[in-house]
Design a binder for this molecule. Structure first.
Ligand code: TRP
Length: 328
């Protein structure tokens, strides 16, 4: 089976944008690939944070992932800092990564421009990401569009290391390729192009039906539709129509098209239909999350076993790497 690796920041509970944009895809991919999924807490300590909060967010993320259907029997789910080989390989990769390649990363330039003092970890973020992936010799990385440049850097790292330490014609590290997530970006409830926790325009994956409704009811719709009797245009309604496409069956999506354009449904009617379909998909996830929260030892056991599985692979890679580099 081909091997994939992907990482997610420990941002706490997932929101429906993370779920639709990444995690649902991971759940599908664990059937077809040998999959490694990692909560990247070493990436998360770049920037300000509090230790207790990080611990909580890491745990909540693991709980959300397990509840969403990431199945430790089918994949390897683990927390990055539990496998010290990630930082060990990252150091090694720092020694073969040209500074210029890091300085031209768009994500770095954007974040650095907003900070008074830029920490070296921000610059080296993609080197750690390359180590994450290459430690498992993964050649495929399911990610969103925003990670394409980081993956390019991972390929430079693999290529540079191979050129120096692997015999010609027998590369050791694969050059990992992004596998772009099929779902288009999920628009925020306020109509902002991105659903993101920091923008406060999300619905949490584990929110109750009532909580979802409280957020969905005021969500932005086609702005030119002032009254219920005005004809609407679903194409001008990326929030609600977008969520219908993600959660509702095709027959309902077709019905929305007709009833919006014909003004048979008002926006509130349309949102009520959406709420039912969202709730149907999310109720089992919420129930599993409650079970896991009530029995924290289940999450601990899953993460312990995941770290052990990951570490066995990581140690084998490090033995090879150190042997070839004169470090062992
Ligand atoms: N940089 C990724 C993000 O912000 C997270 C990440 C860290 C990652 N290591 C990774 C993604 C390795 C894919 C593979 O979303």
């Amino acid at each position: 089976m081909p091997r994939i690796f992907s990482g997610i920041q420990p941002s706490g509970e997932l929101h429906i944008g993370n779920y639709l944009g990444a995690v649902k895809n991971w759940v599908a991919l664990q059937e077809q690939y040998e999959s490694f999924y990692c909560v990247v807490d070493y990436h998360a300590i770049i920037g300000s944070y509090t230790p207790d909060d990080l611990r909580r967010r890491t745990r909540d993320m693991a709980t959300s992932l397990l509840a969403s259907g990431i199945d430790p029997a089918k994949c390897t789910l683990f927390v990055q800092s539990r496998v010290p080989e990630h930082t060990e390989l990252a150091w090694i990769f720092n020694t073969i990564t040209p500074l210029g390649e890091l300085e031209r990363q768009v994500a770095f330039k954007e974040k650095a421009s907003r900070q008074e003092q830029v920490m070296a970890g921000l610059l080296n973020y993609p080197v750690l990401q390359a180590a994450d992936i290459l430690l498992y010799l993964a050649d495929t990385v399911p990610v969103g569009e925003d990670q394409v440049q980081h993956l390019e850097l991972s390929r430079v790292v693999a290529r540079n290391w191979n050129a120096r330490f692997a015999p010609e014609g027998a590369p050791y590290f694969p050059e990992p390729q992004p596998k772009l997530t099929p779902t288009r970006r999920i628009v925020g409830l306020d109509g902002n192009a991105k659903m993101s926790k920091s923008l406060g325009n999300t619905i949490g994956l584990l929110e109750s039906k009532d909580e979802m409704w409280a957020k969905l009811r005021p969500a932005v719709t086609d702005p030119s539709r002032m009254r219920k009797t005005d004809a609407g245009n679903p194409e001008q309604c990326p929030v609600v129509f977008g969520l219908h496409k993600a959660f509702s069956p095709a027959s309902t999506v077709a019905e929305v098209e007709v009833n919006c354009r014909g003004a048979q449904w008002g926006c509130v009617d349309c949102k009520k239909v959406l709420l039912e379909h969202m709730d149907a998909e999310l109720t089992p996830i919420r129930t599993r999350a409650q079970e896991l929260t009530a029995q924290p030892s289940l999450v601990d056991a899953a993460l312990d076993a995941g770290a052990e599985k990951a570490r066995a692979v990581a140690q084998r890679t490090m033995e090879q790497v150190k042997e070839r580099m004169g470090l062992a």
